[in-house]
Design a protein around this ligand. Sequence first.
Ligand code: SF4
Ligand code: SF4
Length: 311
Amino acid sequence: MQYSPLGSTGLTVSKLCFGTLTIGPLQRSFSPSVGGRILAAALERGINLVDTAQLYRTYEHIAWALKSTDCEPVVVSKSYAYTAKDMEAAVLEARQHLGEHIPLVFLLHEQESEHTLRGHWPALEYLLQAQTKGMVQGIGISTHYIRAVEAAAALPEIQVISPLINRSGVGIVDGSRDEMLAACQTAVAQGKTLFAMKPLGGGHLMAQRRLALQYLRDQSWLTSTAVGMKSEQEVAYNVALFSGECVDEGFVEFDRVLHVDSWCTGCAACERACAQQAIRVRQGRAVNDPDRCVFCGYCGAACPEFAIKVI
Ligand code: SF4
Ligand code: SF4
């Protein structure tokens, strides 16, 4: 496993990051012990960067893994908070579960543009204060938008950018893969550190899994890539691939499906939560467009009826 500095944060992280969205309630709904065991296996194999978010509700899974190993990974979390008060609550919630000693990087979740960044400015200002007090060790944004990468690149306050990028560009909302690449490289030139998300496009690129992961592994400008993992077998495969070793292509991976339960009321909260415009209410019920969907499960978190599952 390769390790490199996480930009100006002073932290050093592995080229492969464990994305916890897949083990939490928005996707596979593993218990903290079942999900935590998979994460612990990843930490013991040398992964030392863990991606989560307030939305993912996986702090308990991470805490379980931390208790069962001697590893002390860097944890990246995210919040949609607009205000300083809400961002403070988000950081305290993470600290409560992870302890005081685990390095914590906090991102503004799913930024879309300079406009949304300005809207979250009070939350960003809280993070800057929290950094001076040692509550967080790094600050940044996550985004599916090229224009948000461009806006963050120009802001001296931002250290870390987590963009959606993958081999075919699936899931990038406002342009192509090559346009996102150009924006990322501009950000790197501005001194930002980048770690990628959705290397498999939320499952769309599963059939070309090895090529899709190698594509991001071989981008020398990327500090790390967050990959969602649902089994120890998958951990072993990803660690071997990112370490440049031979990989076992034999294990079966199931395609993901977004399921809307019959008790959907048609309230459209899921529509508003989806940056990909991949779910729409038709004739009183939510309908998913699998060609646009990246199976992030964010619509499920917004559903007041708990009617959406990514399975
Ligand atoms: S948010 Fe839930 S209840 Fe509302 S339309 Fe979407 S699936 Fe249906
Ligand atoms: S429909 Fe739901 S799972 Fe699919 S991209 Fe939109 S928010 Fe994510």
